[in-house]
Design a protein around this ligand. Sequence first.
Ligand code: GLC
Length: 572
Amino acid sequence: MFFRFAVLCLGILAVNGQTIKWWSTATLYQVYPRSLKDTNGDGVGDIKGITESIPHFIQSGIDCVWLSPIYKSPMKDFGYDISDYLSIDPIFGTWEDFLELSNALKAAGLKLVMDFVPNHTSDEHDWFIRSVNREDPYTNYYIWKDSLGLDANGTQIPPNNWLSAFAGSAWQWNDQRQQFYLHQFTVGQPDLDFRNPLVLQEMKNILRYWLDNGVDGFRIDAPPHIIEQIDFLDEPLTNDPSCPENQFCQLNHIYTMNQPETLDILREFRQVIDQYQSETGRVIVLMSEPSNLHNFTMSYYGTEQDPIMDFPFNFNLIYDLPAETFAIDIKAALDKWLLDMPTGKVANWVTGNHDLPRTRSRFGIDDGEFALSLYMIRMLLPGVSVTYYGEEINMENTFVSWQETRDPQGCNAGPDLYQKYSRDPARTPFQWNSQNLAGFTTGSTSWLPVNPNYVNLNLEDQMSSIRTEFTFYQRLAEARKSNTIRFGSLEYKSINNDVFAFTREIQADDKYLVIVNPNDIEVRVNVRAAFPQLPEIGLVYLSTLGLTTTANDPIILSDVILDARGGLVVNF
Ligand code: GLC
């Protein structure tokens, strides 16, 4: 089959008459703005730092930058508590800095996706302040409930047993209004009431505002929490003995999460995007965090006739791969997405983000090798690939002491448990070079500690040698741009339960074979028997860094020897 390409209009490509949108084969790069680059020396990353990082984005071969929130915020949840959705927080810079970034990204041919946080505002948002005062139309913008009375200590009793995702009651008493408000995250993040049509309208206007200011898409935050069941009944206990007191895992969240109305709200957001696309011809991407329930996540996609999200994030390569992962687990993680995804939709692959331990720190022995193997898988499968900043140099979790802990989820867990809950270890500064504080800041401190391994693990060093994590990442990004990886067919297998392998093929173009050994020991397999359509001999395109086999070495497929946790990409 011969593939013909034609650029139709802004961001749409036609392949054999089928339209392909820019995002459907893109590499997205998630920036956690506080931690990429600090240009004003206050120890916190900023927008100018992101702009200065554009040459790095280009060298990394990414297509699109997704920014965690940069809006005005008291930073109780580091930007996920927004006090003004239409302006930039001074810690990150000015509106001019934002425009400069947006223009510079455009000039570099890169897209820009913003985080969109509809579930809650900051308690310092003007709407909340007015709501506390019962000022219309804001009186019912949030979920307010009466107290159930006073307990023996004279403390107000909350309306039900609902818990915050960050531990403790999800209800906060407000003395002024003499009512409780719901906050599913920190006390400083009151939940909006999405049953109020004015709230929905406000949020749609915000989307429109940023579209008018040139952004290319949104990542919707926390959709499972967006609407609650109207009876406000107690949630059932999980009776999970491993769940600490007061933690979110105590309850089965059948009334606060995944309510059927969620999809109607997401559809309303879709409508804004569709209208904007048809008015301007620009192609916008709408993606979201997944639900904790797989089937509900799949419903976020909608259908071909009733599309909702372009894609909800696929965390299967995170949640479905245990510390001791076998080839069959990887296959099952792929099956679960690819077989359940609605017809005509685009897949996506994520291995890490700002809420979870870094990829290379999730799997027992940390030699970095298995993380690289996973990046191979993530980058060479069909669909969207999401890189969390630092993965391109294979950064690992950083130890953050209790005194240094900033994440509210860590702080709320207390000194004994914070290490289990804190998200700080995956949010530490990007390691640019081996200078003081890893070249992250022009100042003398950083908001979270820099990983002491920066002396040996940093971008500059990795750029100056031939076979490093960064050059490995560049090779993957390069392969992603080939027609085979963008449009080729996929066949994947767990061979003898020892190695996970897949092929990407398009007739008349190069073929790729990816082989990964998740075991702690070397394995020897006949890959040819599993993929008889492939030639007996191929050439190595890329290998994980622990392997002695390197690019252009011949590989005999009927007898492949692969070191523990290593991965190979073979080219034909
Ligand atoms: C999402 C974000 C997380 C944030 C929470 C509340 O899960 O990814 O960082 O704390 O929502 O906004």
